[in-house]
Design a protein around this ligand. Sequence first.
Ligand SMILES: [Fe+2]
Length: 268
Amino acid sequence: MNFVQRNYYAATQSANTMKTYKMIDGMKQEYDRYTAEDFEVWKILFERQMKILPAMASAEYLEGINLIGFNKDSIPNFTDINTVLGKLTGWQIVVVPGIVAEQDFFKLLSQKKFPATTWLRKMSELDYLPEPDMFHDVFGHMPLLTHQIFCDFFQNLGIVGVKYSDNEKITAMLGRLYWFTVEFGLINDNGEKKIYGAGILSSHGETKFSLSDAPLHLQFNAETIMNTPYASDKIQDKYYVIESFNELYNSIETIDKVVEKEMVMASR
Ligand SMILES: [Fe+2]
């Protein structure tokens, strides 16, 4: 779940018509309401991705899948996920009805909370989504929430986002950074590129495409990314590759500097 995805998932609609949802306090996953079709959809999507991800996803993500205990036969139960995440990194999943506003999103991240939907796409729309469902939110995002350094980066991004949530330009710059890392990031793993971005990991087509020779693979640079608009209505033409999650975490310092520079320039 995230605010920038409204564009990505609304590829066939205008981003302006995409709806954001108000947070509902105390919303819960109603596990008993999942149907046989929901379980089948989860199984198909899980198996299809896990056939290719062991060779394509980052070691940290794959380790997260094991730690969090995802499997093909059961739709993940948020209570169980929260128990695991609580012990490992202190993060928690908060149920939301759909895409939330930027301010809510950053605030949640700053509090080590990740907003997720609980509904699954239908069998007839396995590869098309009008907006992110729980396969994206859960399978794509949650395994890395077991990884402390990634979580520290994510929380700090939220903290900066809260601080500047009334500044549209800075919010857009942070959105780009979020887009090219948390959603569409690649990592160098012993000389091989691997995937850690949730937008890729939850998309069968983009998983294969992202590591192919077709798109550009660029060295990660936070300042460059913050000034690089992304294409939200089509598959990515470039991906940024980090050397390690430490590099990602250390980029917080650069993010702070870029934001401060922007504020100085704006005040002139
Ligand atoms: Fe997402």
